[in-house]
Design a protein around this ligand. Structure first.
Ligand SMILES: [Zn+2]
Length: 66
């Protein structure tokens, strides 16, 4: 899959987000990385094996209630 030198970090790597972009769709809020990870604008991720990584936004100290 990856033909870069040095090769991109695998999807299982903690460093997966530093893989190269192969598709970037800012208007849709997502990017596809070389290792097959889909990286969303809100920092969420979809791994090639179907796992979902929840967004890691900094938590607001004051939780708002509707
Ligand atoms: Zn690569």
């Amino acid at each position: 899959m990856c033909q870069h030198q040095p090769p991109c970090p695998s999807a299982d790597s903690a460093d997966r987000e530093s893989a190269r972009l192969v598709a970037h769709h800012p208007e849709q809020g997502w990017s596809l990385l070389c290792n097959g990870v889909v990286f969303f604008e809100d920092t969420g991720e979809l791994l090639p094996d179907g796992r979902v990584i929840a967004p890691q936004r900094p938590r607001d100290a004051s939780l708002t209630t509707a």
